[in-house]
Design a protein around this ligand. Sequence first.
Ligand SMILES: O=C(O)C1=C[C@@H](OP(=O)(O)O)[C@@H](O)[C@H](O)C1
Ligand SMILES: C=C(OP(=O)(O)O)C(=O)O
Length: 433
Amino acid sequence: MDVLVTPTPKLQGELQALSSKNYTTRYLLVAALAEGTSTIYYPAHSEDSDAMRRCIRDLGAVIEEDDEKITITGFGAHPRDVKELDVGNAGAVLRFLMAIAALAPDVTFINRYPDSLGKRPHDDLIDALGQIGVDVQHNDGKLPITIRGGSAVKGGKIQVSGNVSSQFLSALLFLTPLLQEDSEIEVLHDLKSKVVVGQTLEVLEQAGIVIEASDDLMRYRVKGGQKYAAKEYIVQGDYPGSAAVLAAAAVTQSDVKLHRLMENSKQGERAIVDVLRMMEVPLTHDNGVVHVQGNGRLKALEFDGDKATDAVLAMVAAAVFAEGTSRFYDVENLRFKECDRITDYLNELRKAGANVEERRSEIIVHGRPEGVEGGVEINAHYDHRVIMALTVVGLRAKAPIRIRDAHHVAKSYPIFFDHMKALGANVEWVESD
Ligand SMILES: O=C(O)C1=C[C@@H](OP(=O)(O)O)[C@@H](O)[C@H](O)C1
Ligand SMILES: C=C(OP(=O)(O)O)C(=O)O
């Protein structure tokens, strides 16, 4: 399905932010790794969180769900001997479960998105798992991937590169407490998306796991033979998805309130609020409610995008209409996401009429406060965040834009267009031809 975005000068209304994707995937996983029954309140519903639900069920977790909560009886350190897992297009789910598959005899992760997840590299995790005796068969570091683990995998010293994705380190942090022996993990090179590792450590601690981490998050000591506790968890609101809604409010005349966005969240993408403030967008953030009263005027800024990796595309979309030139730096790992979020995204922005430039690890935006031309068809590149960001741009284009295959928004935010409509955006689903 495609979506037609017709220019919309005003947005107004109140929404509940959807539930955090990254906390949902983590709570589902730690509940599955516990032996008792855990309860997760307000879990996210999206393709990625459904992928984690499906895979932990296949691995032996028993799941019951109603409108408010999900209860999970876990398999502890003993997943069922499943032959195949389908993670859809979910990178974090794949990487976390590649590590957990080391507890099973022989699991193959299939390749259902050859043009998206199928192109993403997993070499650093494959290499790290190899160091503790996991046999990994792969297609040049990519899917399909077969993991052969089992009782021979005991823990030990592991070095893992962090300069492509933090998910490889998070994956090892979920696995190593369950191994028989103690482990020491050292992160080599750099650690991208470092803030997300904070979310991993927070969830591990909530699940009763003890990990000694160095202050710079580059070294870890993990005792083996630990057990995940069965607990109750509450999922907070999602900043990465909300970033697109807030950016939409920022580029229009708006009066928009978004609830459930904790001020002290560990999600790096909460920086969307500070970034919009620095862009001089009128807003307040109190008691978990972000209230944007946009007047359509924004100022350019410079921002270290690695601090808020999944909100950068929304920030860039806002910068398209700012006065002056904005620069988002330290964003090279955006190239290894659902698509190349620098080259592919900027190509689509250019089509819509934005004035943008790319460097290897930077996005530069020469703002056009007068608006962009629009009147084009956008390729979604299988990327929910490209779809949401181009919607923001379409609201302030001079002619409608059509986003091809916009249904991929469901990877993280299936009701994004319902939410945008509720705020008054002129967005409608149209059959692809
Ligand atoms: O650990 C996680 O849940 C995630 C980590 C980040 O990936 P990278 O570490 O690859 O930047 C982020 O982009 C992704 O959406 C979710
Ligand atoms: C990159 C993302 O997810 P993942 O890496 O889990 O596919 C995302 O949600 O923007």
